[in-house]
Design a protein around this ligand. Structure first.
Ligand code: ADP
Ligand code: F6P
Length: 324
């Protein structure tokens, strides 16, 4: 029979994402409702190794559902990638009575949770990243807010781009994944969308497209470029030289990670936070919460990390036909 969990720890790890606070709030309140104690671990695995651990109750998470960032702070921790770091982490969990741990983050953070599960701490991961690059789930906390933030910023760049009859290259985040770029490209009606998963590095095609659009009378030319391709500033220089069209590069950067979470991020984060607690209460370990085909589900972390994900070929094809 599965051992009963008494104390649940919660941490946020990797890049922050809007909605992480809503997830923390749900974890704390659902756990307390189930009669569990909750401990917040600050600054991800770093804070675990430094024992930055605080008691949390229902009031610790008051007035945070609408706030961006994470009240528990976040960090990346090299030491935790080593077996010694992981053993120390498990020891500290035991010292503080933490027998269940919820890790809100991305694939890297789940690898840490997987290692702790192997050392006897029951763990559950919640997908929190603006990149949408976690294969087992159709939704990751923070993507919706980030994509809306980027979309609004690109609309603004478009205004000035049109006024000056310029070409604008706008670089969005996403690490090695093109989901943010693809969604912005469609939502902003970009003339070109460059995705790491599909880009063939043929700049001449971009140049020809700009010249042909100019001839048709288009006043602006928006290129949404993914961070995974990068080099927007040098690309802008080459394009301007080849086309004679003034070209500017804008890198949106970390503003995409901030801001008050959208309704969608708050709701998914709340559901996933509560679901993670329910998994621990049911004696489950080494699981990742996911959203697929309209339902909240969970996967074994090993299985989840082995899954592959790619952008939709159909969405990519349509995005190109709509920008004629
Ligand atoms: P994300 O969780 O967003 O993918 P990272 O890849 O930076 O972000 O991972 C966050 C943290 O998770 C790392 O700083 C490290 O502490 C931990 N982590 C990453 N990979 C591993 C691993 N293979 N084993 C244990 N911990 C890991
Ligand atoms: O994973 C989220 C993310 O914002 C990526 O899109 C980006 O590549 C990375 O984190 C940036 O990391 P940092 O905040 O450490 O610069």
């Amino acid at each position: 029979m599965a051992k009963e969990i008494h104390t649940i720890g919660v941490l946020t790890s990797g890049g922050d994402a809007p909605g992480m606070n809503a997830a923390i709030r749900a974890v704390v309140r659902r756990a307390v409702t189930q009669g569990k104690k909750v401990k917040g671990i600050k600054k991800g695995y770093n804070g675990l190794l430094n024992e930055e651990i605080i008691d949390m109750d229902v009031t610790s998470v008051s007035d945070i559902i609408q706030r961006g960032g994470t009240i528990l702070y976040t960090a990346r921790c090299k030491e935790f990638v080593t077996p010694e770091g992981q053993q120390e982490g498990a020891k500290i969990c035991r010292k503080h009575g933490i027998d269940g741990l919820i890790v809100i983050g991305g694939d890297g953070s789940f690898r840490g949770a997987q290692k702790l599960a192997g050392l006897g701490i029951n763990t559950v991961g919640i997908p929190g990243t603006i990149d949408l690059d976690i294969a087992c789930t159709e939704y990751t906390i923070g993507f919706d807010t980030a994509v809306n933030t980027a979309m609004e910023a690109i609309d603004k760049v478009r205004d000035t781009s049109t006024s000056h009859e310029r070409c604008s290259i706008i670089e969005v985040m996403g690490r090695n994944a093109g989901y943010l770029a693809l969604w912005c490209g469609i939502a902003n009606g970009a003339e070109d969308i460059l995705l790491p998963e599909r880009y063939d590095y043929d700049e001449q095609k971009l140049i020809d497209n700009i010249i042909s659009n100019r001839k048709k009378g288009k006043k602006h030319h928006i290129i949404v470029n993914a961070e995974g391709i990068g080099h927007s500033a040098s690309m802008a220089k080459r394009i301007e030289a080849a086309t004679g069209v003034e070209t500017r590069a804008t890198i949106l950067g970390h503003m995409q990670r901030g801001g008050s979470p959208t309704c969608r991020d708050r709701v998914y984060a709340s559901m996933m936070g509560a679901y993670a607690v329910d998994l621990l209460c049911a004696g489950k370990s080494n699981r990742v919460v996911a959203y697929r085909h309209g339902e909240y589900v969970d996967y074994d972390i090993d299985e989840a990390l082995a899954m592959q994900k790619d952008i939709s070929e159909y969405e990519f094809e349509i995005s190109r036909t709509l920008s004629v």
